[in-house]
Design a protein around this ligand. Structure first.
Ligand code: MN
Length: 231
């Protein structure tokens, strides 16, 4: 089939590198989980009990592939890092059973959910949507994707972030309130998931502000690392 003739240039698809492969992973949507580690819920002033998970979205083209610097975004003086385990889906559907959910995962990565905390705080206070705080340009640096066929499905392992050499986030995947299969099951009640969907699974405690010139290193032991400079 030949390409359709379009009235404006076709937007470029968002493609993420796959570790150890020349093939790339095409992105459809980016979902994020809020407050999924008890100690982070507490530091944000919330009850860490197991209330239903809640979700928000970033845009596919907000993803910032490894190796690129993070440009400090406009209209904020309080941009925070949040290191997160990232899922990349190879299949989807609606109302996926938790027992079947891991079969949907193509691979894993480590990423950062950069947040304009001041704008997010204002939106929370006014009962407004979170996009201005979360879904801004380049707001989601992400490592190459490591296929689950090679990695398996890690349910534990240190997830950490260092700011200029100092460890400021130091959690473990096993501290997630809602585990990966449950996240997929819950999310698929609300939205029909599909191949190409990315899910950012929440951050442990220790979030904080970045400044231009900061060097951020983060990782999930046994999965991936990522290095980002704030410019
Ligand atoms: Mn987050």
């Amino acid at each position: 089939m030949s390409d359709p003739i379009t009235v404006i240039p076709l937007p470029q698809p968002v493609l993420l590198p796959v570790e150890g492969s020349a093939e790339r992973f095409p992105v459809r949507r980016v979902y994020c989980v809020g407050r999924n580690y008890a100690d982070h819920a507490l530091e944000m002033g919330h009850d860490p009990s197991r209330e239903p998970p809640f979700f928000f979205q970033k845009n596919a083209d907000n993803l910032l592939p490894a190796g690129k610097a993070f440009p400090y975004p406009p209209l904020s003086n309080d941009v925070h890092y949040e290191v997160e385990c990232v899922l990349a889906l190879k299949s989807g559907g609606a109302n996926i059973e938790a027992a079947d959910a891991l079969d949907c995962i193509y691979g894993y990565a480590v990423g950062i959910d950069f947040t304009r905390r001041d704008l997010q705080g204002e939106a929370k206070k006014l009962g407004r949507p979170w996009e201005v705080g979360k879904a801004f340009e380049h707001s989601a640096p992400v490592s190459s994707i490591i296929p689950a066929s090679r990695l398996g499905h890690p349910a534990e392992g240190k997830i950490w972030l260092e700011q200029n050499g100092k460890r400021v986030q130091d959690g473990d995947l096993n501290q997630m309130i809602w585990k990966v299969p449950e996240i997929i099951a819950e999310l698929s009640k609300l939205f029909t998931l599909a191949p190409g969907d990315i899910i950012m699974t929440g951050t442990p405690a220790g979030v904080g502000a970045v400044a231009r010139g900061d060097r951020i290193n983060c990782g999930i032991d046994g999965v991936a690392t990522l290095s980002v400079e704030v410019v």
